[in-house]
Design a protein around this ligand. Structure first.
Ligand SMILES: Nc1ncnc2c1ncn2[C@@H]1O[C@H](COP(=O)(O)OP(=O)(O)OP(=O)(O)O)[C@@H](O)[C@H]1O
Ligand SMILES: [Mg+2]
Length: 403
């Protein structure tokens, strides 16, 4: 939670909500605006209406490439050449904050601004998108994550790093630095006549960054684990089972019982000693960029990847809810935003009702999507329902809800 200097005595609100969101030339939206007042928001509409696009726009209020990991030029509404913009009025612990992010594509013959987007906080351009992490914490569950436990380790590593970044806003910058240093080392190491001193200096920075990445991951997972341990007895754990989570990484494991400086020295020596092997492989074979997140179904003591589709979904939701509670506890009772894409449709009625109860208890502003409005009607007294169609977002009044 960021406190503005000079305002230490402001009464802090214990919620974080988007009071208004505006999309311009973003995906299938030309210009659209939504001003929710509620904590639970349901976006309903047919396939291809723009529901996930809206969640994606919200996810861009955090550092990174959003919930689809898309390239910024893909986000520009087809046929437009003026780039896209997302703006939000945030109502958070320190009051209202205006956030804006945009990307300008180049017109004919003009250079494009490439991979970087512009980020503004209260109208001030920020040096990097990392500044968003001070204001918005958002967690998401998307259909693409259905394969999180059974798919490649790289997806779980990304999940782990996003989870870590919700606790430590500088983690994203650290992970980017790790990637950059690895690329630099691989490039230098592949040269026939590499400059040993230069390579040595890159490896020293790499070792330092690698240990920082691993330590931050350990801290975040420890926070989530302790939360899971303390709340295992909740009733809803039957429906969204608790997860056993372990970072399966060489450095992460070493850091559990040995000092960071020692691990850093040892990793630097390992990099030096394995230059030949790594050159032959064309990459750096060991380090935190190879770590995995091991998840098991707690009550069943079963590896998540071996669980049924439904069990994996429930486990993922349980894990994200535990993470949300841990974030809330860590940051002065302020729950993160939750983006739940097509989650309701995959749950039976009992689990759907339990999820709504969990979300209400959590106090998060939760943005949910579904093709079928009926999915949310049971909870319509506490859910604000919107119809999404043709790039327009329309609130559904109570009289229409029952129609
Ligand atoms: N850059 C773009 N410009 C214009 N339209 C786009 C762009 N990118 C994606 N779209 C379109 O936006 C539409 C809405 O996509 P979105 O994923 O939000 O649908 P949805 O409502 O989530 O549908 P579903 O229920 O199938 O998940 C799709 O038809 C998609 O092809
Ligand atoms: Mg969708």
């Amino acid at each position: 939670m960021q406190l503005r200097p000079g305002e230490p005595d402001l009464p802090l609100k214990s919620s974080l909500t988007i009071a208004s969101l505006t999309l311009s030339s973003f995906r299938n939206y030309d210009s659209a605006r939504i001003e929710p007042s509620g904590g639970l928001i349901a976006l309903c509409g047919h396939n291809g209406a723009g529901k996930t696009n809206l969640l994606e726009a919200i996810s861009l209020l955090t550092p990174g490439r959003g919930l689809r990991g898309a390239a910024f030029d893909d986000l520009v509404r087809t046929g437009q050449d003026r780039g896209w913009a997302v703006a939000a009025l945030l109502d958070g612990p320190v009051g209202e904050v205006r956030l804006g992010t945009s990307w300008q594509g180049g017109g004919d013959g003009e250079p494009v601004s490439g991979n970087s987007r512009e980020v503004r906080v209260d109208g001030q351009v920020q040096r990097s998108a990392g500044a968003l992490a001070e204001h918005v914490r958002a967690l998401w569950v998307t259909p693409a994550m259905d394969r999180l436990f059974a798919g490649p380790a790289s997806d779980r590593r990304r999940f782990l790093d996003r989870l870590t970044a919700t606790f430590d806003p500088s983690h994203g910058t650290r992970v980017n630095a790790l990637d950059r240093l690895l690329r630099e080392r691989n490039r230098l190491n592949s040269e026939e006549h590499f400059e040993a001193r230069w390579l040595g200096s890159v490896e020293a920075q790499l070792a330092q960054t690698a240990v920082a990445v691993a330590a931050a991951r350990n801290d975040a997972i420890a926070a989530v684990r302790s939360f899971i341990t303390n709340t295992r007895a909740r009733d809803s754990e039957r429906l969204f089972p608790w997860a056993e989570v372990i970072v399966d990484g060489e450095l992460e494991q070493q850091l559990i019982d040995r000092p960071a400086v020692q691990i850093e020295d040892e990793y630097r020596t390992l990099l030096l000693d394995s230059r030949g092997l790594d050159r032959a492989a064309g990459r750096t074979l060991r380090g935190p960029h190879r770590a995995d997140l091991l998840v098991s179904h707690g009550p069943r003591q079963m590896e998540a990847r071996l669980c049924s589709t439904g069990e994996q979904k429930a486990l993922l939701i349980g894990l994200v809810l535990a993470q949300a509670r841990a974030v809330r506890e860590t940051f002065g009772g302020v729950a993160p935003l939750l983006l739940l894409d097509e989650v309701a449709a995959h749950l039976d009625g009992v689990r759907r009702a339990a999820l709504m109860d969990e979300l209400l208890e959590l106090g998060s502003q939760a943005w949910m999507t579904g093709t079928d409005r009926q999915l949310f009607e049971a909870a319509s007294s506490c859910t604000e329902i919107y119809e999404v169609a043709d790039g327009q977002i329309t609130p559904v009044g109570p009289e229409q809800e029952t129609a």
